[in-house]
Design a protein around this ligand. Sequence first.
Ligand code: BG6
Length: 495
Amino acid sequence: KRPPAALLFIFGGSGDLNHRKLSPALFNLFIDNWMPEKFGIVGIGRRPYTTEGYHTHLMDGIRQFSRRKEEQNGKWNDFSQHVSYLQMNAEVEEEYQKIAEIVKQKEAEFGEHPNVIFYMAVAPQLVPDIAQKLGSLNICHDTKCTRIVVEKPFGHDLESAKELNNLLSSLFNEEQIYRIDHYLGKETVQNILALRFANALFEPIWNRNYIDHIQITAAETVGAEGRGDYYERSGALRDMVQNHILQLMCMIAMEAPVSFEANEIRNKKVDVLNAIRRYSNDEVHAHAVRGQYSGGWMKGQQVPGYRQEKSVSPDSPIDTFAAVKFYIDNWRWQDVPFYVRTGKRMHEKSTIINIQFKPAPSYAFPSEAADTWRPNRLTISIQPEMDIRLRFQAKRPGQSMTLNPVDMIFNYKDAYDGDEPEAYETLLLDVMEGNQTLFMRSDQVEAAWKIIMPILETWESRSPVDFPNYAPDSWGPEDAEALIARDGKNWVTLP
Ligand code: BG6
C-alpha cells in the first residue's frame, strides 16, 4: 500500500546528500510504485536553479550514484514533474512564508492536506535555526502531519545533543521527529531481527553461556573524501561508533520484542545502551585504541595521509580509526566482550559482525583431528558482501578421522534476484508512512553519547603522540591488534 499524500521539503536541496542519496532514493521508490499517488518534492537552496537546471543536476546524481542509473523509459519525466526548486535564504524568517504558500497551493491541487516533511540535509550547525523557524510556521492543524527529519551527527557531544533534543521537543512532538541512522535502513541490518527472532535455532544459545565474544568491524577504504571540514570536528568515534556501531550492537544484543511497534523495539534497544559499561577516564586506555592514517600506497595508488588532506590541520589529533572493547552488564551478556573497530583507508570496505561461540565442552577426537579444530562462528556480512555464514566442523572425506571447519552460507544475491532497496529508500518510505521503528528516539541518542563521552574526553585531554600510526591499506594500528590479542583472540576478516 502506498503512503498517503506527501509534500517533501529538502533543506540542502542543492547539496551533496540530496544529490547522492535522497533524490536517487526517491526516484527508485517512484519506479517501484512506492511513492504516494499525490506527492511533491521541493529542493530548497541558496543557489539559483531553473526548474530544468535543477532536474539536470538531480539526474546527474542518479547517473553517478543510484542503483538504477537510467531514466527508466520515461519514468524520469513523470517523476520530475513532481520536483521543483525553491531558492531561499533559510536564515531569513519572512522567507518561510514561501513554504506556507507552496503547502496551500499543493493542498488545493491534491484536494487534501498532505503530510508535510522537512528534511534537514544541511550542515548540523544550521539545524537549530531552521527548526526554530519551521516550528513557528503554522501550516498544519494536526501536528502529526508535519514531520522533521534530522541527519547525524546528532549533537557534537552529550551536552549539545541534549540541547538539540530540548529545542526540537519544544517545537515538535517526539512522533514528529525522525533522527536518521542510515545503517538501520540497510537490508542486512534489518535482517538481524529476522535471524534472531523468527528462528527457534539461535535464540537459546544467544547468551553468555554459549557465546565467547562478539566482533563488529566497519572498515572503509576511502579517506577523508574532501570532508576534512566536517571530519576535523568529528573523528571515527563520533562519526561511526556513537551511532552506526552502537546501533548494530543493539540489534545483536537486544531482548526479544513483544511486538514490532516502534517504541517497543526502541525500548529494547535503549535497554542495551543503558547496560553498556561506561569506563572511567582511567579505564579508557585499556579498552579503547585510536589511530590516524599516514600517506602511502593503496591498491597501486599513492594516497595522502589524513594530515595532508584538504581542510585538515597538519598536526591534527583527530582519529580516523577507533577500536573499543565494550561490555554489556546485564543477565544475558555479563563478561562477554564486544570488540568493535572502524577506520578509514583500511585494507577493504567491509562491515561484518562475528559471533564467536565457545568451544565444545569436550573433544573426543584423536589429536591429529584437533589441529584444524575451530569453535563455531556465525558471521553476518552487512556490506559489500551480503551473506550469513555459519562455521562448523566437518569430517574430511578419507580413511582418517580428520576434521576441518566448513561454512554454510546464505547469500542474498543467490537467494533473491532483483536489487535490494538502498537504506535511504527504506527510511524515506518509513517517514512518509509515519513509521518510526528504524529512527532514533531522543533517549537512545543521549544514552549512546553517555557511553562515548569518557573515551572522547580522555582522548581530547591528551594529544596522541604517535599519530599517524597506521598505513593505508592496513587493518589499523598495532595497538588495535593488541587490544584483542591480549585476550587470546584475533580480529576476523572474511576469506
Ligand atoms: C556516514 C559517515 O555516516 O557513514 C561516513 O559520516 C561514512 O564517514 C559512512 O563513510 C559509511 O556509510 P556506508 O553506508 O558506506 O557504510
